[in-house]
Each structure stands twice: as structure tokens, then as C-alpha cells.
Write a protein that binds this ligand. Structure first.
Ligand code: AMP
Ligand code: GLY
Length: 427
């Protein structure tokens, strides 16, 4: 197989790394890729926001299979562009990707198909009306922009002024452009969050091992939200009973609902769940794999990801078996000073150990540049170190052991990835 991966972050590095292991993959490209991915695949220039162009470039390469990492090209219809050209693609159509691309659409979809989610107070395209509606909500309240905002379009707050100001930034100041022209207000849920991702061919599905990400910048979940500072995967995150409940009350109705509504969904479907006292509820859908969950998950995959992707596209997923390495993994993001605000970049990176030959630990690049064989930082999230082991605490130690060898000026990372999971074990 010749495989193309679309994207250029640590998630795509992890995917390419895993696909490269497959004996059935003879050639790999990544568009646009990055300095780390370049060691594993041919990086091809391309802008993930220009889907027709991506498909044209791909037509010249003729991959047997394309896997899309980020949401933007899917929401813009990259699947249709590939389909038009007869290029097999693992990723939902534009209409189905609206599950992530529009939170209003996702809420309506869940209402229609009886999928448990936070109660909705309303949808607003006018700041004044939304602000008045704040007089009728229970606090804390959740304010969400309708469209894609790279993780920055959600505010959970107990403060009226803060909620008002956020609504104004979205709806009036248009800080997120069209994505924030409509907002929803919903009830805040409490519980523990799980990233539950499945691979589906539109009919059957196979769940990946459960995961959790760490969204805040500082230890103890303090400070602002980021694109993700680390993740863990552990079988202990979800008991067998809870997993059955998640599948019956959420995953099956979602996949059935998509088919019922005529929305073709082939690819990874990510359920951002809150496990509440009243059962699991959907906070969000993503039409793709999570980042940095993927970096943790690939470390536990004891199966051929390329063959799994091929089976999904062929509609034969029901016959595929995913085998997960016991029992846990962790990924730790190394970020630049200033992140998640304005990151300082261009810093020389040293101490990246050579772990290429080990299967239990890996260093994935998100934003690096190479000049004269030296790596430099080029954006906020720079590298992700991931490790798997027989226990979560061993996986965590193995990841931190490597993270602590890496140095660049202003480097920041959380030191508590995977630490608290004992208290939050089985529900
Ligand atoms: P979303 O982009 O919808 O996943 O929201 C990002 C984050 O905001 C989630 O991972 C949660 O931590 C938080 N969040 C979203 N919706 C809710 C909710 N209804 N109650 C509590 N927290 C929420
Ligand atoms: N880690 C959450 C996401 O990828 O959206």
C-alpha cells in the first residue's frame, strides 16, 4: 500500500510512525508533514485549508489510502474532493463532519436521536438576547461558539460578567470570524472526562482504548485551555459496564443516527464524554482522532493500523480485530514559553534521545524546523513524548524520563500527566 497522511502535527507524526511499521505499507507521504515526519515519509507541500488543491496534488501521487489528521479539511469537504477523483480516503464527508464543525448541528442531531448531552438553554445570533438569557440559567453555565475555534471557543464560568464578555467577543467583535456568529448556552456538567474514540465504516465500529487528555496549561488543571498538554490511555479509565453503557446509549445511536440521516461516515469518530452521576453524556464530537490522545494510543496498538484503515474503507471492519497492548500509556507535550498565548519560537532544541529502535517510547514532532542537523522550535506545541508500559505509573515515568532529557529555552510541560488517575479510576 501507498499511504498519504494529511496534517503536520505530533498526531500525524504518531500516525505515520505506526503506519510505517506495517509490512503492507511500501511508501508513505505526509502533506504537509513536519521536520520529524520527514524521517519516516516524504513530506509534500500543501495547505490543509485548500481541499481541492490537496486532492489535485494527491491525484499525482495516487495513494491507495489517505488518512486525515485534522478537522479543518474534513469540515471543508476533503473527503468529497478525494472521492471525485477516485482516491480512497478514511474520513467523513463534509455533511457528516458537521458533527464537529457546528455545535448547533451536533446539539440538534443529539436531540433528534436521543443521545444524552448537556441540557441546552438556547442558540443565539444576537449578543443582547444571549446576555438576557443568562438571567434564566443555572450557574456555572457553558458558552460555546458554533463553529471551529481550535479549542478556544468554549467557556465554562460562574461569573455573569465573564459570560457576557465572552459572548460579546464571539458575536459582536467576531474574534473567531463566522465560527462565533452563533453561540449556544448549555448547562455545565460535572464528572470525569473521557475521550472515547471509535473507528467506523458507517455500519460497524471498533472502539479504541479509552483515553483522557489534559487541556489546561498548568499542573492541577490550572490556567488557560490549550490544544492539549498530554494524554493517557488506560483500560482502567472505563469499566466494562461503563463501556457497554457508552456504546449502547451513545455510540450506537450516533452511528445509527448518521446512517438514518443519510450522512456517510467512514473514519475515526471521537466522543468527548463527561461521566456524570447520571451516566455518560456527550460534551462534543470530533470527526477525527484527538491530539495528544493519538500519540498515547499508537503506543498501545498491537495491530496493523494500515490494514484496519483499509478494512474500514472496504466496509469489512466487523471482521477486523484490534489488539491493545496492556495496560497503559502516557503522552507529554513540550511547549514553548508563552504558549498558549504568543509562543517564543526559533529556540535550539537539544537532548532529543534516539529512541527510534524502541517500541515503548517515542518522540513525536509537532512544530520543529531543522537547519544543519539541528532542530529549532517553530510554534507553541513543539514535541510530544509518548510511552507505553505495564502500568500507568511506569508509562508516565518512562515518558518523563525522556522529556527531562530534552532542553530548549523556556520549555514548559505539565508534570502531573497520569498522576491523578488512581482517584478517578473505575466508575
Ligand atoms: P468542547 O470543545 O465542546 O469539547 O469543549 C471543550 C471543553 O470544555 C470540554 O472538554 C470540557 O472540559 C468543557 N465543556 C464543554 N461542555 C461542557 C459542559 N456542558 N459542562 C462542563 N464542561 C464542558
Ligand atoms: N485532545 C482533544 C482534541 O483533539 O480535540
Amino acid at each position: 500500500m501507498k499511504i498519504l497522511v494529511i496534517g503536520g502535527g505530533a498526531r500525524e507524526h504518531a500516525l505515520t510512525w505506526k503506519l510505517r511499521e506495517s509490512p503492507s505499507v511500501e511508501r508513505a507521504w505526509c502533506m504537509p508533514g513536519n521536520a520529524g515526519i520527514a524521517a519516516l515519509a516524504e513530506c509534500v507541500a500543501g495547505n490543509v485549508g485548500e481541499v481541492a488543491k490537496l486532492a489535485e496534488i494527491a491525484q499525482g501521487l495516487k495513494p491507495d489510502l489517505t488518512i486525515v489528521g485534522p478537522e479543518q479539511p474534513l469540515v471543508l469537504g476533503v473527503a468529497e474532493e478525494f472521492e471525485k477523483r477516485g482516491l480512497p480516503m478514511l474520513g467523513p464527508t463534509r455533511a457528516a463532519a458537521r458533527l464537529e464543525g457546528s455545535k448547533v448541528f451536533a446539539k440538534e442531531f443529539m436531540g433528534r436521536h436521543g443521545i444524552p448531552t448537556a441540557p441546552l438553554y438556547g442558540v443565539f445570533d444576537d449578543a443582547g438576547t444571549a446576555a438576557r438569557a443568562l438571567g434564566r440559567v443555572n450557574w456555572p453555565v457553558v458558552v460555546k461558539a458554533d463553529g471551529l475555534c481550535a479549542g478556544k471557543g468554549v467557556l465554562v464560568t460562574s461569573l455573569l460578567d465573564e459570560a457576557r464578555a465572552f459572548i460579546e467577543r464571539l458575536v459582536e467583535k467576531n474574534e473567531f470570524g463566522d465560527a462565533g456568529r452563533r453561540v449556544i448556552l448549555e448547562q455545565a456538567l460535572t464528572g470525569r472526562e473521557i475521550s472515547y474514540i471509535v473507528l467506523t465504516d458507517g455500519e460497524d465500529f471498533l472502539p479504541l482504548a479509552p483515553a483522557r487528555d489534559y487541556k489546561r496549561i498548568f499542573d492541577g488543571d490550572a490556567g488557560p485551555n490549550t490544544g492539549g498538554m498530554g494524554a493517557i490511555s488506560s483500560d482502567e479509565l472505563v469499566s466494562g459496564e461503563l463501556e457497554q453503557l457508552i456504546q449502547e446509549s451513545i455510540v450506537r445511536p450516533t452511528i445509527g443516527g448518521l446512517a438514518h440521516d443519510g450522512l456517510r461516515y467512514v473514519g475515526f469518530l471521537y466522543f468527548g464524554l463527561m461521566i456524570t452521576d447520571d451516566g455518560p453524556k456527550v460534551l462534543e464530537f470530533n470527526c477525527r482522532l484527538g491530539d495528544p490522545e493519538t500519540e498515547a494510543l499508537v503506543m498501545r496498538m498491537n495491530f496493523d493500523l494500515a490494514v484496519a484503515a483499509e478494512a474500514t474503507i472496504a466496509g469489512t471492519l466487523a471482521r477486523f480485530r484490534m489488539v491493545w497492548r496492556p495496560a497503559a500509556s502516557a503522552s507529554v507535550v513540550l511547549a514553548s514559553a508563552g504558549y498558549p498565548g504568543k509562543p517564543q519560537t526559533g529556540k535550539r532544541i537539544s537532548g532529543v534521545p534516539s529512541v527510534d529502535s524502541r517500541r515503548d517510547v517515542a518522540v513525536f514532532h509537532a512544530a520543529t524546523e531543522v537547519r544543519d542537523d539541528i532542530y529549532y522550535t517553530s510554534s507553541g506545541r513543539v514535541l510530544t513524548v509518548a510511552a507505553a508500559a505495564g502500568t500507568l505509573s511506569e508509562a508516565r515515568l518512562a515518558a518523563y524520563d525522556v522529556a527531562n532529557q530534552i532542553v530548549f529555552e523556556g520549555m514548559q510541560f505539565r508534570t502531573d500527566i497520569g498522576r491523578e488517575s488512581k482517584q478517578s479510576a473505575r466508575t
